[in-house]
Design a protein around this ligand. Structure first.
Ligand SMILES: [Zn+2]
Length: 919
């Protein structure tokens, strides 16, 4: 397992958080009141939550510009009230009695939050979110009159936003008062319909996961629209629109807009105002359109069209998703219609606003607190941009940003539990191609977690420093990082250390650099470690092993229980009491050494000269960074101990056995060869998993190799609770990446991009296999591929070109030197064949038989290999091309006498639902 599914997964998980606090309006009692500051001034925008402690039902309200609020339709009873407002401590009023038809008055004065001393050390004079235009955007709807200006009465008006066609049949559109002369928000109340047909077959199939049909038709009664495009001007100019001011439902529109702001800020955690401000400050930017659709069938739909790319599915510009509990997920995503027309739609499209060149990070670890500054050099890629969005973990709080001359810059970062997206505002427009410098100072807890016994885990792996918000994984750059940390602790970075560790008082200081190799990500592991190392001349690597000297708390607790039981005379028959992970050093080093040698041989050497296998206090996943592998501590136990700790599965599951070869392979697949977009991530995970199969074959033999692929086949073809009962291969192509996961399909991506991604490369290897030269052709292709795309990101089409360059005559089944047939079937498709092989051996030893392919479409074609065994294991005889649901006959193939058995796909060469060989 490896990295960057986190962004999409985290987003999806967030999407599944249901909305709470919907205000119910009906008969009943009311609570009214006023919120003031210590000087008696009104506190606007305070949120009031009333909870019925018995039913746990909650009601919410927000104070207006006068500091007043009211809640209506409350069932009679007693409520506990919490009042929260920015810069104030929360206020609480318990046991407020509400009676039918009566008003309970609650007035409260809030205290100011004392300024936390630590946060102000070295902080700049400019505070977060101080930009006046940003403030205006953020607070606009607080005004009671915010929707009392322009409104449009509509009569069958069509708003076409790429493939999304919104028909506003009847009703009114209310506009949020403009900011800097720009309209950025609107609410439609009335009767409307959205029709959307995705532009590609793959995306139609994706939509059908959620709604049977390949076209969405959704009636709605309300839309909240956020935009920087010409929505206002377009509606105003329409002959089917009558403009007016102060429409009859302005207050309802305003409430709907405020609810939407709460949804964005607290549930979806998407700072829309930050995105809006990019365009307000960029006159030549084309503008985005974002509609929140309260549909009659699906009431949590969101449509987003953003020419700068939609986060999570970028470089695609259009996304329809739902944040509902039962229908949550990315329903469909695609490029702009124009790009399909021109043939420019591609996963290699680059929507970045800037390119990070260099990070110079100074990081101090104080307990679990990180205090850091990052001097960043970047190049602007688009002209006219003033606000650049960055990716920084939410609990790391920025306290100062300055430019290359030391001049302070404005920046945006809302509260850590809200839409904490970080962005830097430059006073002038950036010019494309020009280089800029900025220094970002930040600190915070909860990014580094203490698991006890000197075991620490770094939670954000690619956003513990400000990363490029326009990339899904990271932006390749040179990293120079100076770490300061308590002496006695060990820190392992990425790249290589520059000189030995030095002392600064009670701190150790060491600088790590990536040298001249740009890294997509940089990171570190930290803790109280014991180190062992081996210089492997054969692979050219220094292999380091770091295990924690003590076990993490979760394991220590189990050990204490065992000690207590045994002290009371009970026999537990476990050996967990004496567990250490340092004892596995030699085995872990040997695994790394074998992996490096095998991969060097197949894929070619890398520019690194060292690799660190380091332990992390997480038992269920491993992760790889350039030169640094984070291993689950459970992988450093023997299988007996793992069985005792985690049940039978722990002792037998391939995951722990193959986690080291998989993670080491990510040095090639994921780091030196990155991926263009989420459509191409299957190559990183799939190829790492494929590499583990090489490790199994060369260290444990062909039988285990066949078992390995049999296990992968089961993962791909069998339904499970984790996939919501869906057979993984049927859900979608590997190129859909982590988007395959949804409320309807569970965590199915893990059962697709890993095993099927691996199988695809395995099939290519098997197609290229030659009885005389073995894997030579395959190796040549892989090494050429690594050289060609060295330290670059690749697309699926790049792989296709590499295979075409090295393909055999047999692979040219269409006679056009193209591999379209293979990629259409296995990479972009979801078909799954089955095979039957019936054979006979004649008295003279000659072999005859029939190979039958079934369960596929008529055009489906595959080369199916035939193997023979004379008692010394499988040997390849040859292969046959089978088209569609048909059979191919083998007639009297002359063989020596004594054939023990024959089979098709003996090495699990072809991914199939079923392979039957019979005499
Ligand atoms: Zn992985």
């Amino acid at each position: 397992m490896n990295y960057k599914h986190y962004s999409i997964l985290a987003a999806l998980l967030l999407l599944f958080i249901s909305l709470t606090g919907a205000t119910v309006r009906s008969a009943g009692g009311r609570i009214e009141g006023k919120v003031t500051d210590p000087k008696g001034g009104a506190v606007a925008g305070a949120s009031i939550t009333a909870t019925d402690p018995v039913s746990k039902r909650t009601f919410t309200a927000t104070t207006d510009s006068q500091g007043s609020f009211k809640m209506e339709g409350l069932a009679a009873g007693t409520y506990d009230i919490v009042i929260a407002a920015k810069s104030f401590t929360s206020g609480r009023v318990a046991k407020v009695k509400v009676e039918d038809g009566a008003v309970a008055q609650v007035d409260i004065t809030l205290e100011l939050v004392p300024v936390e001393a630590a946060l102000t050390v070295g902080a700049g004079a400019i505070k977060a979110n101080a930009d006046p235009v940003y403030q205006d955007l953020r607070l606009k709807s607080k005004s009671e009159q915010s929707f009392s200006g322009d409104y449009a009465t509509v009569n069958n008006v069509v708003l076409k936003r790429d493939a999304g066609i919104f028909t506003l049949k009847s009703g009114e559109v209310y506009f949020l008062t403009p900011v800097e002369g720009r309209f950025t928000g609107a609410v439609f109340i009335g009767d409307g319909q959205l029709i959307l047909t995705p532009p590609t077959p793959t995306e139609k199939k994706s939509l059908q996961i959620f709604i049977e049909e390949p076209t969405l038709t959704e009636d709605f009664s309300k839309l909240v629209i956020r935009f920087t495009d010409k929505t206002f001007e377009e509606l105003k100019a329409s002959p089917n629109v009558k403009m007016g001011v102060n429409g009859p439902q302005a207050a309802r529109a305003r409430d709907a807009f405020r609810d939407n702001e709460t949804l964005l800020r607290k549930t979806l955690r998407d700072n829309r105002e930050l995105r809006t401000l990019i365009d307000i400050y960029c006159t030549e930017c084309p503008g985005y359109f974002n509609a929140f659709i309260e549909g009659k069938k699906h009431n949590k739909l969101v449509y987003l069209m953003d020419p700068l790319g939609v986060p999570n599915v970028s470089p695609e510009e259009v996304l329809l998703f739902s944040y509902g509990d039962s229908d949550g997920g990315f329903w469909t995503a695609f490029h702009l219609a124009d790009e399909y027309k021109k043939g420019t739609a591609a996963s290699s499209e680059d929507h970045r606003l800037f390119d990070l060149d260099h990070h110079e990070i100074d990081l101090t670890i104080k307990g679990t607190r990180l205090v850091a500054s990052d001097k960043i050099t970047f190049r602007a890629l688009k002209s006219g941009i003033r606000l650049i969005p960055m990716d920084l973990f939410r609990t790391l709080r920025v306290n100062r940003v300055e430019d290359g001359q030391g001049k302070e810059l404005n920046f945006i970062q809302e509260g850590k539990d809200e839409d904490a997206d970080f962005g830097v505002i430059f006073p002038e427009r950036l010019e494309a191609g020009k280089s800029y410098t900025m220094r970002i100072q930040y600190e915070g807890s909860d990014a580094l977690r203490d698991s006890g016994g000197g075991n620490f885990i770094l939670i954000p792996r690619s956003s513990w420093y400000p990363n490029n918000g326009g990339t899904q994984f990271g932006d390749r750059a040179i990293f120079d990082v100076t770490y300061h940390y308590p002496k006695g602790m060990t820190l392992i970075g990425t790249g290589a250390p520059v000189g030995p560790e030095t002392r600064d008082g009670d701190n150790s200081v060491v600088k790590w650099t990536s040298g001249t190799t740009e890294l997509a990500v940089a990171g570190f592991n930290y803790g109280r470690f014991k180190k062992k190392e081996l210089a492997d001349k054969d692979s050219g690597y220094n292999i380091e092993f770091y295990a924690n000297t003590e076990v993490p708390d979760e394991l220590r607790r189990i050990q204490l229980q065992i000690e207590q039981l045994e002290a009371n005379g009970q026999k537990t028959e476990t050996t967990l009491g004496s567990i250490t992970t340092t004892g596995m050093a030699d085995q872990a080093i040997a695994q790394a050494q074998n992996s490096m040698r095998i991969y060097n041989n197949f894929f070619g050497k890398l520019p690194y000269t060292r690799i660190a296998m380091s332990q992390q206090p997480a038992g269920n996943f491993g992760q790889a960074w350039p030169t640094l592998v984070y291993m689950p501590y459970t992988a450093f136990m023997d299988s007996t101990q793992r069985s005792q700790l985690m049940g039978v599965r722990g002792g037998t599951d391939d995951f722990w056995r193959d986690v080291a070869p998989h993670e080491i392979a990510h040095q090639w697949w994921g780091h030196i060869i990155g991926w263009d977009s989420y459509h191409d991530q299957w190559m990183s995970e799939g190829f790492a998993e494929f590499s583990a199969s090489l490790y199994v074959q060369f260290t444990r033999g062909n039988d285990k190799f066949i078992d390995f692929w049999e296990n992968q086949r089961k993962l791909i073809t069998e339904a499970s609770p984790q996939t919501q009962g869906k057979k993984p291969y049927t859900v979608g192509a590997v190129t859909q990446g982590y988007r395959l996961n949804s409320a309807k399909t569970g965590g199915v991506a893990r059962f697709s991009i890993y095993p099927k991604g691996a199988y695809i490369l395995h099939m290519i290897r098997m197609l290229m296999f030659d009885t005389k030269t073995g894997d030579e052709r395959f190796k040549a292709m892989m090494q050429d591929f690594v050289k060609t795309y060295f330290n670059k990101d690749i697309s699926t089409e790049d792989l296709k070109r590499a295979v075409e360059k090295h393909m055999t005559k047999d692979m040219d089944v269409d006679g056009n030197h193209k591999m379209d047939w293979f990629f259409d079937e296995w990479v972009y498709g979801t078909e799954m064949p089955s095979y039957k092989f019936n054979y006979q051996v004649a008295g003279d030893g000659s072999l005859s038989g029939t190979i039958t392919q079934s369960g596929v479409s008529d055009k489906f074609v595959m080369r199916v290999p035939v193997y023979i065994d004379f008692g010394k294991g499988w040997a390849r005889l040859g292969s046959a091309t089978v088209v569609g649901n048909s059979s191919v006959d083998l007639n009297n193939i002359k063989l020596p006498k004594g054939l023990k058995r024959a089979a098709v796909c003996a090495l699990n060469d072809v991914l199939a639902l079923n392979v039957q060989n019979s005499k």
